[in-house]
Design a binder for this molecule. Structure first.
Ligand code: BTN
Length: 275
């Protein structure tokens, strides 16, 4: 498998621009060899009026942000760090659904290389029970609703197990470990943006009801025993699936049903092989 120098080439943003010409997501692409966070750059561009579909890509991030205040490990050249500006005409209360739309799009893209990829609520993509991708959706609000949403996506593509930081080695995985070959980052980014454009259009035209079955079909969770940490509260129970609004439904041990709108999910007994 290609290692080191073959992989230390800058992202070919011109090739991505050519692939996305005439499409909505990715028709304007900004590339940085290094930046603090592509989400922060995209936020500033959106505040300055950048169009929906504008994409920011970096080869490395110095302050990559994850969900729940975590950081996102962003070593150079190996992976994909990408943020997209969305301007969805939806109510503020519907914004959390976008996190699931983005998750389903990433999982569908990854399945083109690894057909057994699954989703952990709300939008982590898993391979062999380890995280291959995460997404951070951040929104800015104006008095009458959503000004814009930044969909920030990190995908571990060409990072090898022995290059992962020690604390991530049993939790994270690179897609190349599954394929046994280096992933073409431009081809992956094009596939991801095409999937996201398609699911986002479906969501805007038909609502979350059209996304929910696709998310559930990709889910690693349904029927599994979970522990969920939700702002200082801990729940344990069996995952039932998604509620109409995208919340996670859990059957608690006392038989009651709990819906989770935010939080950190752990699968208690791990994942069966291959899931
Ligand atoms: C998570 O699973 O915690 C979400 C990780 C999101 C990481 C991506 S990398 C591109 C974009 N820029 C950031 O700073 N974060 C997101």
């Amino acid at each position: 498998m290609a290692r080191a120098t073959e992989l230390e080439l800058p992202f070919d943003v011109e090739a991505l621009r050519a692939a996305r010409a005439g499409k909505r997501l990715g028709r304007f692409c900004h590339y940085f060899e290094t930046t603090d966070s592509t989400n922060s750059v995209a936020q500033q561009l959106a505040r300055d009026g950048a169009a929906e579909g504008t994409v920011v890509i970096a080869d490395a991030q110095t302050k990559g942000r994850g969900r729940l205040g975590r950081s996102w490990s962003s070593p150079p050249f190996r992976n994909l760090y990408l943020s997209v500006i969305l301007r969805p005409p939806i109510a503020l209360g519907e914004a959390p659904q976008l996190a699931l739309v983005v998750g389903a799009a990433i999982a569908e893209a990854i399945r083109e290389w690894a057909p057994h990829a699954t989703l952990k609520w709300p939008n982590d993509v898993l391979l062999e029970g380890k995280k291959v991708s995460g997404a951070l959706t951040e929104l800015e609000v104006v008095s009458d609703g959503i000004a814009f949403v930044i969909a920030g996506i990190g995908v571990n593509l060409n990072i090898h197990d022995d290059e992962l930081p020690d604390e991530l080695r049993d939790k994270a995985i690179g897609l190349c470990s599954i394929t046994g070959a280096a992933i073409d980052r431009v081809a992956f980014a094009d596939t991801l943006l095409a999937r996201l454009e398609s699911l986002y259009d479906t969501y805007l035209s038909s609502g979350f009801a059209a996304i929910r079955p696709r998310w559930e079909q990709l889910s690693a969770l349904t029927g599994r025993r979970l522990q969920v940490d939700d702002c200082g509260r801990r729940y344990a129970g069996i995952a039932l699936g998604l509620a109409d609004d995208g919340a996670l439904r859990l059957r608690l041990d006392d038989g009651r049903e709990q819906t989770i709108v935010a939080g950190d999910v752990t699968v208690v007994d791990g994942y069966a092989p291959g899931r």
